[in-house]
Structure formats: C-alpha cells, structure tokens
Design a protein around this ligand. Structure first.
Ligand code: ARG
Length: 512
C-alpha cells in the first residue's frame, strides 16, 4: 500500500501501476539520463512553476495545491543548487527527480497533481528549448566578446603590415588589422546565424502532452508568457518529436567553431619561431615538461581540436533523428549530451580566446621585415603600375614575370632594379616605379573592403559603431574578452518582462 505522505522509490516510479516486476538494475542504469539532464533543473522547475500557476488559474487544480507545489519547487531548486540533492537512477531523469522530491516535501497528493495535462515528452521539449535559448544568448555574447578582442588587437597594431598568403605562399602585403578584421566578419555571420535560429527555438511546446495534445482546458499562452516564449507550437506531434532547433544550434556552433579553428591555426603559425609574429602572455601560454624553452599556444590548439568534436555532435544528432518515426522515441534522449557539450565548448572557447588575444604581443618590426625583405611580394604592384598607364593587364603580368626572372638570375629583388632594367621590359615604367614601397602597395588598395590604411580604419570604426562594443580599457561588463549582451537579440526573459510592462501600461490606459 502506498503511503501518500511518505512515498518510496517504488511508488515514485512513473509506471509502477502497470508492471508486476521492477525494472532490472541493468535497465535502470542503461536508460537513466539524470547524470546528463540534471543540468536542466532550473528550466525544468521554471516550467513546472508556470504549469502549476496556469493549472490553478484555469481551475484544473486548486489554489492550495498550487501554492504548496510552488513552495515545494523553491525548496527542490535550492537543494539542487546547494548540491545536497540525492540522485537515484531508478528515477531516470531530471523531470522525475524533481517530481519525486516534491512528493517527499509536500506529499504525493499535491505533488501528484503537478503532472496533470503534461507529459515528460512535452516537458523535455520545453526544457531543451529553454536551454537552447539561453545557450544562444550566451554564445552570441561570447562571439561579441571575441570580436571586441579582435578590434582591440587590431587597433593596437594599426601600423603593422605583414605578408598576406594564398596557398600559404606569400602573396601581397596586408595590414595585420585587415587580417584580424576578416575574422571579425566571420564571427559576425556566426552571431547572425545564432540569432536567426533563436526564433525557431523560441516556441512553447507545453500542452502537447504525450503526443496528441492535453485533454484539459489549458491556457497555453499564459505559460508561454510567463516563460517568455514568442509563440506556441502549432502541432502537438511535431512539438514532442522535433529537435531541428537543436540541430540548428549545433550546426551554427559547428560553423562558428570551424571559423574559430582557422583563427587558431593562424595564431599557432604566428606563434612559431618560423613566423615569430605573436606571443600570448605567460598566463595564456603553456610550457613543456621536458623542454624548458617552450612556449606552447595550447589554448589555440585545444580550440582547434575541440572544433572536431562539435562537428561530431552535429553529425550524431542528425544521424539520431534520421528515420525516426513520429512521435516521441527514446532515441531523442540522446540529444542532450551533445547539446550541452557543444554549448559549453563553444562558449568556453570563445571566452578563453577573447582573453588570450588581449594578452597577445605582436612583433611589428618582424612582421614588416617579412614584407620589406621579400624580393617579389610587390610583383602585382609593378604589373598594376603599367596597367594604369594603359598596358593590358595580361601583358603587364608577362612583363613583370620576366622582371622576376631577371631578378632571380641576378639574385636581387624587384625594388633593386633600375629604371633602365624596368624599361628593358616595358617603356611604360617611369622613375616613380623604381623602389616601390609596401606603403605604396597598401595605400593603393583603396577600395571599400581593401587593405588601404584609410579603409581599414573606416572598417574598424564601422564595426565598433555597429557592434556597440566597449573598448577594453573600460572596466565595465562590456569589456573586451568577456561575453557581452548583444543588441540584436531580445531574449525570452527580456521579452517576457517587456510584454508584462506593455500589458500593465495597456491596463492603465484602459482605466483612464
Ligand atoms: N528523459 C527523457 C528524454 O530526455 C524524457 C522523456 C521520457 N519520455 C518517455 N516516454 N520515456 O527524452
């Protein structure tokens, strides 16, 4: 006989009424997800609060039970927060743990009413949607933090130029700031993609119950309003079985991590003795256990490495979803570990790199010398020179190609050729073509998006104005290197607060 005030794990098992035998311990261990989904406890409890309030407002449960449920949920939450919460694999997942503990606190009778008109299927969909919303907000903030650090480093090194590469062969000089702003652009698109996906996560599934919708007069909008959701799911079967909003987050995270891993690869190359262009500060560098001289850019290497597992999480989820029949299937429980790891990896990676870049010391003299001492890095500029004098570019290319060969025979660079040398290949060369400088090459690329210093300065100013990032010197929340609030993103919570204020204002208006 179940004692309503002191339920045992047997009573608390969700389908105890149906079976004669308890599940085998192996089955319990295999099916349990509490170690993973404990992370959802805040979302789960917030969802339960909204559900309980709505059930009472609709007269589906009585107000006293609802009050007891709300009080009990507060206690469960603080127990989990303080780490004093007991985990029991017989109780499978976070949803059951919260309800079971609630039963111990307020009695099984009142606690047992919380699950009215609700299923774990719509509950888990609700929780993961809330998690994804939060993960997006934090990820975008972390992207903005890294962008702020790139801007800070770019501004610190505006006088630095270095070889730009194609095929990892020296191509043309570029400003280091221009190179860094390329990553700012990639991160901009990453943030855009994350923000764009927010709307598709921001849909409230509760009320779908197991799959067919709840058999009670629910006020789903009230739950959505309390939890700050933009809209209600329109189909109960879709609501409990779709995880494409998670796949989208994972895809956006994977693309972002791939972009970040390219930045890391550049930084790792620049940290090598061969390039010798950049050093992270001691606090963001690691040493070797055997070679005392080593300064290893492990942060960047780990970030590059972890991009691999984030790609894997996306592949794993899509593979899990592929071919699943409607509606809920237990396979869907496997969506969470990859989701949680992706969010943690992405946010943590962006954050640590943002901090590391702030400590980066650039060797500007060495960077400039790589250009200044390169015999042919301005070859395109010699071709552009006579092209501007009316020579077809294809012909100019051939002319400079022959000049390069002449230099190779003599063991010199293009800048060492005399006017006679230049004119021996084409009469369009004039005295101002002799000894062309990197500054000239940089300044001549004066198109929007080009590396001319005026263009790069304008691009930096534009990015700062658009992203509204605070300069690193300001000791505020919006410091470079720290995740920042994004102006383009209204979060579920912000929206709920704004809506509540709007409703209050509308009521006031009505009274007047
Ligand atoms: N732990 C489950 C999950 O994460 C919750 C839903 C369980 N539903 C069920 N019918 N067994 O997907």
């Amino acid at each position: 006989m179940a004692d309503a005030d002191n339920p045992t794990a047997d009573d608390q098992r969700l389908w105890g009424g149906r079976f004669e035998e308890a599940p085998d311990a192996l089955v319990q261990a295999y099916t349990s997800s509490i170690q993973v989904d404990l992370l959802l406890f805040r979302h789960d409890i917030a969802g339960s609060r909204a559900h309980a309030r709505m059930l009472a407002a609709q007269g589906i449960i009585d107000a006293d039970d609802a009050a007891r449920i709300l009080e009990g949920l507060d206690q469960v939450e603080s127990e989990i927060e303080s780490g004093g919460f007991e985990i029991n694999h017989e109780l499978e997942d976070i949803h059951t743990h919260v309800e079971a503990r609630l039963g111990q606190i307020i009695g099984a009778d009142a606690a047992g009413r919380l699950h009215t008109a609700r299923s774990r299927n719509d509950q888990v969909a609700l929780d993961t949607r809330m998690f994804v919303r939060d993960a997006i907000v934090q990820s975008v903030g972390a992207v903005r933090g890294l962008q702020a650090s790139l801007i800070e480093l770019a501004e610190r090194s505006l006088d630095v130029y270095l070889p730009g590469y194609t095929h990892l062969q020296r191509a043309q000089p570029v400003l280091l700031a221009h190179h860094l702003l390329a990553y700012l652009e990639m991160l901009d698109r990453d943030a855009d993609r994350l923000v764009d996906a927010f709307a598709r996560a921001d849909i409230m599934p509760l009320g779908s119950a197991a799959l067919a919708g709840a058999a009670y007069p629910l006020d789903r909008q009230a739950v959505a309003d309390e939890l700050g959701f933009e809209s209600l799911s329109r189909n109960s079967m879709d609501a409990v079985s779709s995880r494409d909003y998670i796949a989208e987050f994972l895809a956006n995270a994977a693309i972002c991590m791939v972009n970040v891993s390219r930045l890391c690869e550049d930084v790792i190359l620049w940290s090598s003795a061969e390039f010798g262009l950049l050093q992270f500060g001691d606090a963001f560098t690691t040493g070797s256990s055997i070679m005392p001289q080593k300064r290893n850019p492990d942060i960047a290497e780990l970030a590059r490495g972890r991009s691999g597992k984030v790609l894997g999480h996306l592949t794993a989820l899509l593979t899990t979803l592929k071919g699943l029949p409607l509606a809920y299937n237990r396979d869907l429980q496997e969506d969470k570990s990859g989701l949680f790891d992706t969010a943690e990896t992405l946010i943590g990676t962006l954050h640590v790199l943002a901090r590391a870049l702030l400590t980066a010391q650039v060797d500007g003299d060495r960077a400039r010398a790589m250009v200044d001492n390169d015999p042919f890095i301005l070859a395109t500029d010699y071709a552009d020179y006579i092209t501007r004098k009316g020579v077809p570019f294809r012909e100019a290319h051939g002319v400079v190609g022959r000049l390069v060969r002449l230099c190779e025979q003599r063991g010199c660079g293009l800048a060492d050729l005399s006017l006679d040398d230049l004119r021996s290949e084409h009469p369009a060369f004039e005295s101002d073509a002799v000894g062309m400088t990197p500054q000239f090459a940089l300044e001549s690329r004066d198109v929007p998006g080009g590396t001319a210093p005026t263009q790069v300065r304008a691009a930096l100013d534009e990015a700062k104005a658009r992203l509204q990032l605070q300069p690193a010197s300001q000791e505020t929340q919006g410091q470079a290197g720290t995740p920042q609030a994004d102006p383009t993103l209204e979060t579920g919570l912000n929206r709920a607060q704004r809506r509540a204020a709007e409703r209050a204002a509308a009521k006031q208006q009505g009274r007047r």
